[in-house]
Design a protein around this ligand. Sequence first.
Ligand SMILES: Cc1ncc(COP(=O)(O)O)c(C=O)c1O
Length: 380
Amino acid sequence: MTESDNPIFQIADRAAALRATGVDVITLAAGEPDLPTATHIVDAAVDAARDPRNHRYGPAGGLPALRSRIADDGHPDHITADNVQVTVGTKHALHLALNALTSPRDDVLVLRPSWPGHLGAVDSVGATAVQVDVDQDGLASTTALEAARTPRTRAVVIANPSNPSGVLHERGLLADLAAWCVDHDIWLISDEVYGGLTFDTHRFSASNVVTDPSRLIVVDGVSKVHAMTGWRVGWLIGPTHVVANARRQVSATITHVSTIPQHAALAALSTPTAVHATTIEGYRTARDLLVGRLNTIPGVECPTPAGGMFAFPDIRELLDDRHPSSASLASRLLEDAHVAVVPSEVFNAEGRLRISFAVAHERLSHAAERLVRALTEGPT
Ligand SMILES: Cc1ncc(COP(=O)(O)O)c(C=O)c1O
């Protein structure tokens, strides 16, 4: 899938086109914070750019200091720099992992609602994505995975917290899913790019909950938590044979991730805890504002997301002959209320909207009022 095929980017493009005509459109569609990257991170990149040592080739695996910092960042002691490959964002880590672990005839189980990037990553290695519906609480279960399992099933991909729903698979459930994977010789690929954005529990990685790490890959990156989507730094953590495979792929293609953004990522991972806590507080306030306002709308039921940057309200009761789908309702919200949101069809699910709260509070508040007005007044 190219970026122009990406349905989320297409919505952002429509919003931008409307804005170009002078309309004040508020975009709650993108999966990225509207904040600039923090100054201490930008400064680290500027310093790195001035250092001639960074004007030369670097190691294929990534900077040793960054790999060590990643390994120490909330992972158990058995994870070391040898278990880490630095990648061009989390998406690249997904691709490398799937390329290392699957063959073209293999199936990969992906939870539905499905983030299109997971389907795209499976497609990019020629394997087949098999979508597995989550339960009414948005969670995967071993029963649902078992029903989808065939001899070709090679991996399961789970984003924790989820995009689009913000649902968090807690430690016990994650441990059960991981054990099921080990029992069936299936890889668990835990996408933790929103892992640093949990509001009611402390951050935890699947690496801390599995009893047998031999079938676990963690993919993660600085994009979301540190407002660094454009810097393109992520990583893959796994058994050394998978990391070695990923390293060979990197070496044979891009040589290594650009060194200067790696220095920025190192500074990001060294962000003081108090600064990070303030960021989380800001997200929690935004989440509560948006979810609170959405739940005042008759016919809208919005669960409180445990993590990530999206609300995922159920709007089925608002659908009617004029607006029979989430997609048509989202179009109306863009045209009439000038708020861009993502319809759940993008995630292969019906009757919901994905609404980002990763925008400045004042702007979010305006957007929420527009949504309340438009959806309370009914179709125009
Ligand atoms: C679940 C999930 N994983 C991965 C990514 C991509 O992250 P990155 O920018 O690090 O490639 C996204 C971005 O939207 C995402 O939602």
